[in-house]
Design a protein around this ligand. Structure first.
Ligand SMILES: Cc1ncc(C[n+]2csc(CCOP(=O)(O)OP(=O)(O)O)c2C)c(N)n1
Ligand SMILES: [Mg+2]
Length: 594
């Protein structure tokens, strides 16, 4: 037993349980905890950010690259409230991060002290955090903190990953007790959930008879490290593979069996193959409206009549959006391996199916090249991505912002390894990419990390580029400047034929952009503005060779189209707009989720 303060207990547990970095902003509500990071037994590098949202996004990016959690720490009230979008993004995409916030002292609760939310019930922040975390604690006593810390790690490291939140009242951080940090290994199960043998037999049977099977990979395929087993299954049984946003990277995109992305901004090939399959094997994929084209039959999927083998660690995902012929609530890596083993040795002849796939890919390649290889200036959304792919090694990490770049990266920038493509897919939070890329580089210091994002997304957390200088983290930021939220303007025009609040303009109506190169310089980054098409590759090369924090502004045509939209997305059109109404109603009538 050792006499430790609450702050010391939490800091020691974080260190003993393997946390390598803590990010955050100290305030009076968390001083007793942050102070403990100065002591040898609980010393953890502290990365001081400029906005608490970024601390959580940074931990999220770090997790997506390493599979290991990192912690974010904030003060009480205002600082804590700034973490909500970070938690929500991590929760939606199932990434494990720890958020620790200070809270009002237990003897002060409800008195409306500085930064306390209390007008409905005393100390209300934990209620807000509840909705955006996998599990959530408010410590009541200092001597329960060792228990809380092992429960917190248990929640993050078992089952479906997700962010956890702990609030520690200021008095609980400061008081001490005789305690021991619990041994984590004795609080965690060995291994993971294996599939039911009868489910494997059924899946192998169904797949055994399939004529046009397809594998759909979601983020869970990456989380469970299932890529080698997926590759073996696809090759053994000649099954084409499509990926969702978060599944991108789970399968090498230069493989003959790779069909493309699926969904609204998937590819025509991915959607054609997935929607015409007779058997769909979904791995760690929850079938979001985005990946499933709002469930309109025949666009991205046709389930039914396609028969679904659905593998997910979370049983609640089985049957949520599509009925499953075989639902398997188990670890994806083990399950896919067992299904492959259960199939006969001799693969069926799929010459015709694979020939069709190859032809469709050729056509798509030609279509893609029109925007990717275009020399128009200002650039298309795709041209810088084509250039980046030629400059970067296979294992480089790309972090995509919201807006046009997110879909354009999915379609235009092939990746070959898991954890090399990061996107805040499910919550699509603007402001996520900059700090997530910094977290990614912390997790993979020896590999190039590029963050490609729009001007709008960048301006939500642009200040964090300063962290690359204060902590010597050489991320390259490629900012696509098109003076506005152009993806949203595109959507507005499609919906109602007009637009509002999406162009950045001066009072006289001319486009407005801050000087991003100057902004990069102001923060101490190596900075460029690409002034012509022929400067693009050389600038990118120079940036990566310098191995310094770098910002590259790429002027992007406001009217250059974003990604192609081969799928569909259900956004209701106001009834007084006739145009598009009939088409909207017609496709909506094909939705299969109800
Ligand atoms: C926090 C947040 N607010 C609003 C949105 C809705 N939204 C999605 S993309 C986008 C515009 C993105 O603009 P920019 O980053 O410049 O990319 P562009 O569309 O111009 O390529 C908006 C407002 C969002 N995803 N996240
Ligand atoms: Mg923009």
């Amino acid at each position: 037993m050792t006499k430790l303060t609450g702050g010391q207990i939490v800091a020691r547990a974080l260190k003993e349980y393997g946390i390598e970095y803590v990010a955050g902003i100290p305030g009076h509500g968390i001083w007793s905890l942050t102070d403990a990071f100065l002591e040898a037994e609980s010393e953890i590098p502290f990365i001081q950010v400029f906005h608490e949202q970024s601390a959580v996004h940074m931990a999220d990016g770090y997790y997506r690259v390493t599979g290991k959690p990192m912690a974010a720490v904030t003060s009480i009230g205002a600082g804590a409230s700034n973490t909500v979008i970070g938690l929500a993004t991590a929760y939606t995409d199932s990434t494990s991060t720890i958020v620790i916030t200070g809270g009002p002292p237990t003897h002060m609760r409800g008195h409306g002290l500085l930064q306390e939310l209390e007008r409905f019930t005393p100390n209300e922040f934990p209620k807000i955090a509840e909705a955006v975390s996998k599990r959530n604690w408010v410590a009541q006593r200092v001597d329960e903190l060792p228990f809380i810390m092992q429960r917190l790690f248990s929640a993050m490291l078992t089952g479906r990953p997700g962010p956890v939140h702990l609030e520690i009242p200021m008095d609980v951080q400061a008081e001490s007790a005789d305690v021991e940090i619990h041994e984590l290994a004795k609080r965690l199960p060995i291994g993971t959930a294996h599939p039911d043998p009868s489910a494997i037999a059924e899946a192998a049977n169904l797949l055994g008879d399939a004529v046009r099977p397809v594998i759909v990979l979601g983020g869970g395929a990456i989380t469970s490290e299932a890529s080698p087993e997926i590759l073996a299954l696809a090759e053994k049984w000649s099954v084409p593979v499509v990926t969702t946003w978060n599944g991108k990277g789970a399968f090498p995109e230069d493989h003959t069996l790779f069909a493309g992305a699926v969904g609204q901004t998937g590819t025509p090939v991915g959607n054609a193959i997935a929607s015409s399959a007779d058997v769909v094997i979904a791995v760690g994929c929850r079938f979001t409206d985005w990946s499933a084209s709002s469930y309109a039959k025949g666009v991205s999927f046709s389930i039914p009549d396609s028969k679904l083998i659905h593998i997910d660690l979370d049983p609640q995902e089985i049957g949520k959006n599509y009925p499953a012929e075989v639902g398997i609530a188990a670890d994806a890596k083990i399950t896919v391996g067992q299904i492959a083993d259960a199939l006969p040795e001799k693969a069926p002849d799929r010459t015709e199916y694979l020939h069709e796939l190859e032809q469709k890919k050729e056509e798509w390649g030609e279509q893609l090249s029109q925007r990717r290889d275009s020399s128009r200036f200002p650039f298309t959304s795709q041209r810088p991505l084509g250039a980046l792919r030629t400059v970067l090694p296979r294992d480089a990490i790309i972090v995509a912002g919201s807006g046009n770049t997110q879909g354009a990266v999915k379609q235009t920038f092939p990746v070959y390894e898991p954890r090399t493509h990061l996107t805040a897919g499910g919550f699509s939070s603007m402001g996520w990419a900059v700090p997530a890329a910094i977290g990614a580089k912390l997790g993979a210091p020896d590999r190039p990390v590029v963050c490609v994002l729009g001007d709008g997304d960048f301006l939500m957390t642009a200040q964090e580029i300063g962290l690359c200088v204060t902590n010597n983290i050489p991320v390259v930021f490629v900012v696509q400047d098109n003076s506005g939220f152009m993806s949203i303007r595109g959507g507005q025009r499609k919906q109602t034929g007009r637009h509002i609040g999406t162009e950045f303009n001066r009072p006289d109506g001319t486009p407005y952009s801050p000087d991003f190169k100057a902004l990069g310089e102001a923060f101490g980054l190596r900075s460029y503005r690409v002034e012509s098409d022929d400067q693009l590759e050389t600038t990118l090369k120079e940036a990566f060779e310098s191995n310094e924090p770098t910002l590259i502004e790429v002027p992007t045509d406001r009217d250059a189209a974003g990604p192609w939209v081969p799928g569909w997305w259900d956004f209701p059109i106001p009834e007084h707009f006739d145009e598009g109404q009939a088409e909207y109603r017609e496709i909506r009538a094909k939705e299969q989720h109800l």
